[in-house]
Design a protein around this ligand. Structure first.
Ligand code: DP6
Length: 342
């Protein structure tokens, strides 16, 4: 028994920040699934443990990484009886990220969605029965590993979390964006500026916890809902300027939540702000549809229509040295995971 999947990372337009027990989101979120930034994972059963327990070993680029295993154990514990098919198995997980592990790009969305897809595939093989809705269940499972991972099982635009403007939306799994999308939003470019490489000082999980009892939490959850309603109309109309304004406002609000948590913290770095200022100045000068968003870190995602990609890359390259930027990733929206032939 073995299974192998490639699953992409994603970048949120409307941010998931704050959750309830059971990995349920405090507000609905919307993201573009990426393409170049992905994780390849293979899960193999290497034998029997001879007990009712299962054994799991994880290898990143061929190196044993026992430090990742608690996150996987937590994921399997959340799966509960759904993981019973693993009992007695000795599993080896091999994983590889297309981006450097220390790049500051969140690997949890791509990593946990790839793992969920592999495990569901193994359950299908073990039972000999086809899953009724493979990707829906994979999204549900991925959510239990990491909330944002639930959105990585589809592409290009994905909605997770109950919202009254979308009848099919659900807190327990993500769905492909169900509403009308103007053709100018079918595909977007994403150039990721790796401003800071290395481990973040505060993890996303810890950040979500700090939204519990946060003075602005309720207002933020409501605002996220209103922003999603407004974005629905913007996506229909094809209004890049309104889209970009929403994008930047969501990014800065996310970081404002961090700065006003107790204890407060900062994930942006001086270079994050230098890039943002430079981007605003260039946009004023050129009137280009180029906007930024941030995830829970210092790196910047530049989003733009694919036809201005070369101009954007030239601008990034021209400023790279001056801003001491180590690297960037040229990415774009993508179609979602693929099964790999082993
Ligand atoms: C800022 O999905 O990493 O990227 O559910 O605890 O694993 P856990 O958190 P995670 O949080 C992602 C936060 C975000 C916004 C987003 O992707 O919507």
């Amino acid at each position: 028994m073995q299974s192998s999947w490639r699953s992409p990372s994603n970048i949120a337009l409307i941010k998931y920040w704050g959750k309830y027990p059971g990995q349920l989101p405090a507000n609905a979120s919307l993201s573009y699934t990426l393409s170049a930034s992905h994780t390849d994972t293979t899960v193999r059963n290497e034998g029997k443990t001879g007990t009712r327990d299962f054994r799991i070993r994880l290898f990143l680029d061929g190196q044993a990484r026992p430090d990742f295993e608690p996150k996987i154990q937590q994921f399997l514990a959340r799966l509960g009886p759904e993981a019973d098919f693993l009992r007695g198995l000795d599993l080896r997980i091999d994983t590889h990220n297309s981006f450097p592990h220390s790049s500051g790009i969140a690997s949890s969305a791509s990593g946990l969605s790839a793992l969920a897809l592999c495990l569901l595939d193994l359950r299908q093989q073990a039972s000999g029965k086809e899953e009724e809705d493979f990707f829906r269940t994979a999204s549900h499972w991925a959510r239990l590993g990491s909330g944002s991972a639930s959105r990585s099982v589809y592409g290009p635009l994905v909605l997770w979390g109950r919202h009254s403007a979308f009848a099919e939306s659900n807190d327990t799994y993500a769905i492909p964006y169900p509403d009308e999308l103007h053709p100018s939003f079918n595909q977007v470019g994403d150039c990721i500026l790796l401003v800071e490489q290395g481990q973040k000082s505060v993890s996303s999980s810890a950040g979500h916890r700090l939204m519990e009892g946060h003075a602005f939490a309720e207002a933020r959850f409501q605002q996220a809902g209103q922003n999603l309603s407004a974005l629905k109309e913007i996506l229909r109309a094809g209004d890049w300027e309104a889209f970009g304004t929403m994008l930047e406002s969501e990014a800065l609000t996310l970081h404002a939540m961090m700065m006003s948590s107790k204890p407060y913290y900062l994930l942006m770095k001086p270079d994050t702000l230098r890039w943002i200022e430079a981007l605003w100045a260039w946009r004023r000068e050129k009137a280009l549809p180029l906007y930024f968003t941030l995830d829970a870190g210092a790196n910047i995602h530049l989003l733009y229509p694919p036809d201005i990609e070369q101009e954007v890359l030239n601008w990034v390259i021209a400023h790279k040295e001056g801003f001491g930027l180590g690297a960037y990733i040229r990415d774009q929206s993508g179609k979602g995971p693929i099964r790999l032939e082993i």
